[in-house]
Design a protein around this ligand. Structure first.
Ligand code: IMP
Ligand code: MG
Length: 181
């Protein structure tokens, strides 16, 4: 697997440090809002699993997790094919504190669609958190309150992100060799 990697973009210690910082930021905001607020985290499968697993272990709050499934890069696609929901959304969000979490913000079609759908369910507080955001006009135009890293507009894998469902288990964020795609 490692022979498919061209270079490491974000090493594991930098990921760990930044995820802890993001959790602190989030914890501060939640405490300022209401220290007893119960939070619903909504991770987008499958790419956000590692990020969410690391993030929640820094959050001392009472929280619940409701996963959603969406896909805009099916299979071997390396450009967005348009977002689609592939399952139900949580229903009981009225008056709740909701944090939508994804691995990466690229075209933004996934998060735009999900945020609209969640907003319609009447949460009291709704924010979005991503580990990575591509440095494009399009990505920056999508509302997102918590961003781990800004990265160049290139296709990355690892730490949950895939190519054709592989490489999610890489502990770093990496760029694949062209001949591996
Ligand atoms: P968007 O809807 O175009 O913003 O794409 C978001 C989804 O596409 C993410 O949840 C990822 O699963 C996938 N995606 C976007 N860029 C990349 C990438 O560079 N590597 C792997 N997956 C990506
Ligand atoms: Mg994804």
């Amino acid at each position: 697997m490692h022979s498919d990697i061209e270079r490491i973009l974000i090493p594991r210690n930098a990921l760990a440090r930044r995820v802890a910082e993001l959790a602190d930021e989030l914890a501060r905001d939640l405490d300022a809002l209401d220290p007893d607020a119960e939070i619903v985290l909504i991770p987008v499968l499958t790419g956000s699993i590692i990020f969410v697993a690391d993030l929640i272990r820094h959050l001392p709050h009472k929280l619940r997790i409701e996963v959603v499934t969406a896909s805009s890069y099916p299979g071997r696609a390396t450009t967005s094919q348009g977002a689609a929901l592939a399952g139900p959304l949580p229903e009981d969000l009225t008056g709740r504190h909701v944090l939508l979490i994804d691995d990466i913000l690229d075209s933004g079609s996934t998060l735009t669609l999900l945020r609209e759908e969640l907003h319609r369910r009447g949460p009291q507080w709704l924010r979005t958190c991503v580990l990575l955001r591509k440095q494009t006009e399009r990505a920056r135009s999508v509302p997102c309150e918590y961003v781990g890293f800004e990265i160049a507009d290139e296709f990355v894998v690892g730490y949950g992100l895939d190519y054709d469902n592989y490489y999610r288990n890489l502990p770093e964020i990496a760029v694949l060799r062209k001949d591996a795609m």
